[in-house]
Design a protein around this ligand. Structure first.
Ligand SMILES: [Fe+2]
Length: 314
């Protein structure tokens, strides 16, 4: 399904309303195939990306020098993500300090997040966290963060910092949503129209012990926020309602085939202590992992979600 050149077909549907408001930009307007082609050509110049290209060593995580900062910004502009490598003893305060150097300051604070805006992702032996898959050693399927947030509270950037790697597993896989957008639009622009529908994806309310702790959220998969493409997605099979529509189903199948396509490059990287991902909320998933029972403390990641994109990301 992945074609080398874009098939530009006049969209058979009206331009989604999300493109009409503030922040509309030409590449994501289905009525402007020329702008899309230009943007696409530029974007694909740098792909496929190898993990090594994304890696930026940072000597002092709290105070990256100009060269290190520029290197991270450059990767976020081109690929929407960068992997920094600091020292294994870097703390969560260090990781937060790094985030601030990139304009990541407005926190999203979902459940299980501390007052400092950091979520500690580890295997929970008991309590509320235990009921959510991120806090187990199980694999996590493809998603962007905060897909259950309100339309005005979308997560546009996040930082994931490794404090302790698992004994085995815990590999991250990453895809730039802009590449996914290109694959889908090249395949059939109507898929984009379908996935920009404001009623396409609903996450039902979250009820814990009979108490509603989060309302249902309905919204698009693709939208344009502040001139940038935004993707809201989860591949989970339960507690999710897709719009019952033949074109939406076809678009979802096309998405699945991108994820399953062995020739579609994904970044695979196993974060180890002191390393982290800083990104514009790229698609990601995690393999399962295991820790030796005698290990003093298992896999521990710090995650901070933001309403901001990495500064200067174009
Ligand atoms: Fe995530």
């Amino acid at each position: 399904m992945v074609s080398a050149e874009p098939k530009i077909i006049a969209p058979s549907h009206a331009t989604p309303s999300l493109l009409k408001g503030e922040g509309a930009v030409a590449p994501f307007d289905l009525h402007n195939p020329g702008a899309y082609e230009d943007w696409r050509r530029q974007k694909l110049k740098n792909f496929p990306v190898s993990p090594d290209t994304l890696v930026v060593p940072v000597v002092n995580i709290r105070a990256p020098n100009a060269e290190e900062r520029q290197a991270i910004l450059d990767r976020c502009r081109k690929f929407n993500m960068a992997i920094y490598v600091s020292t294994p003893d870097a703390t969560k305060e260090d990781a937060l300090a790094l985030a601030q150097h990139f304009g990541l300051v407005r926190f999203d604070q979902p459940l299980c997040t501390g007052e400092d805006g950091i979520t500690e992702i580890s295997v929970a032996g008991s309590g509320r966290r235990e009921t959510y898959i991120p806090y187990t050693d199980k694999p996590l399927s493809w998603h962007t963060d905060g897909y259950y947030n309100t339309p005005s509270g979308q997560v546009r950037g996040f930082l994931l910092h490794c404090r302790r790697a698992a004994e085995e597993g815990g590999l991250s896989e990453l895809i730039d949503p802009e590449i996914v957008y290109i694959r889908l639009r090249d395949d059939n622009p109507d898929f984009i129209t379908a996935l920009m529908g404001e009623d396409v994806l609903t996450i039902p309310e979250n009820v814990e012990n009979g108490v509603n702790i989060r309302d249902a959220q309905t919204g698009p998969v693709f939208s344009v926020i502040g001139g940038h493409l935004h993707m809201r997605f989860t591949d989970r099979k339960r507690h999710i309602v897709w719009k019952d529509d033949a074109l939406v189903l076809a678009a979802r199948n096309a998405l699945k085939s991108i994820f399953d396509e062995p020739d579609e490059p994904k970044v695979r990287w196993r974060l180890t202590a002191g390393q982290g991902l800083i990104c514009n909320n790229v698609l990601h998933r995690r393999t399962g992992f295991s820790d030796h029972p005698d290990t003093d403390g298992g896999r521990l990641m710090y995650r901070a979600r933001f309403m901001d994109r990495v500064a200067d990301s174009k």
